[in-house]
Design a protein around this ligand. Structure first.
Ligand code: PAF
Length: 297
């Protein structure tokens, strides 16, 4: 017979206790909630989102629930990462639906701050990775990653979680956040979560619903081309296979093909000698899709 130690039993009870999900809107309240959990020795996970959740977000939540005893999800449409005011205005929002999904998934608290809470009047401080933010996707979206690191750093400081989950699909974002955490000595573990895919391989995205029936079928070219290139061991061969696969799909335009060191995002050439991120963007009709895969040499 195995006897549980008292501490184990208490931990198990805390884990299984069903508490209603809390919706929190102030820094003071989220800090108090997290402090209470930490006082009980519980590990706290964080999933930052901009809301309008889909299965990709729910995979982050599921990963966080595995990594931590208590999970906070944030819903905040961050103005500083949008280039155009119109894009920000048009960003879809459905708080009631998001809350229902998060409650069903077993999230413990949702933090939904106002813009003025995250960006207090007169604020001046930005956080930026100087090199990684201004390359690849950052070249076409100037200021985007500065907005991401600024808001993520503020959310990390507010919540004080032990671990935070981000999707590998936004590969550059994930690499930048890891760099920022290392540079600023933020006491948090960053956990990358593999891309969630439809049955035919298409990476899940809220943009997929905007594809026409024909473009939806053609959109598998992103994941197909990455799969086709998986046995290649040089940058030139990967580029060739991906371009060739796209050439057979006239509905899709390959916009970006970036091959970079998976940790530093530095460009690589020749034979792969370290984990290498292959990042794609492609236009189908008026929808821009992204996908990525890390190739291990
Ligand atoms: O990936 C996102 O949804 C956003 O960039 C994030 C990390 C929530 C910051 O606003």
């Amino acid at each position: 017979m195995t006897f549980l130690r008292r501490a184990d039993t208490e931990h198990a009870i805390q884990q299984t206790q069903v508490t209603p999900m809390q919706t929190i809107r102030t820094v003071k309240d989220i800090r108090a909630t997290v402090a209470q959990w930490k006082a009980q020795g519980l590990r706290v996970g964080l999933v930052p989102t901009m809301g309008f959740l889909h299965d990709g977000h729910m995979a982050l939540v599921a990963a966080a629930l595995k990594q931590a005893d208590r999970v906070v999800t944030t819903i905040f449409v961050n103005p500083s990462q949008f280039g155009e005011a119109a894009d920000l205005e048009a960003y879809p929002r459905d708080e009631a639906r998001d809350l229902a999904m998060l409650e069903k998934a077993g999230v413990h608290a949702v933090f939904i701050p106002e813009v003025e809470t995250i960006y207090p009047q007169g604020d001046e401080t930005i956080v930026e990775t100087t090199r990684m933010a201004n390359m690849l996707h950052g070249v076409v979206r100037p200021g985007h990653f500065r907005g991401v690191t600024t808001v993520v750093a503020r959310l990390f400081n507010i919540v004080g979680a032990d671990v935070a989950c981000f999707g590998e699909k936004d590969y550059q974002q994930l690499a930048i956040i890891k760099r920022m955490v290392a540079d600023l000595h933020v006491p948090i573990t960053i956990h990358g979560v593999p891309t969630v895919r439809e049955a035919d391989g298409l990476a899940m995205s809220s943009r997929n619903v905007r594809l026409s029936k024909e473009d939806r079928a053609a959109a598998t070219v992103l994941s197909r081309s990455l799969k086709a290139a998986e046995t290649a061991n040089t940058v030139e061969r990967i580029q060739h296979i991906i371009r060739e696969t796209f050439a057979s799909e006239p509905r899709a335009d390959l916009i970006g093909l970036d091959i970079a060191d998976a940790a530093t995002l530095a460009p690589v050439t020749g034979v792969l000698s370290a984990p290498t991120a292959v990042m794609l963007s492609a236009q189908l009709g008026d929808v821009l899709l992204i996908d990525q895969r890390v190739f291990e040499p």
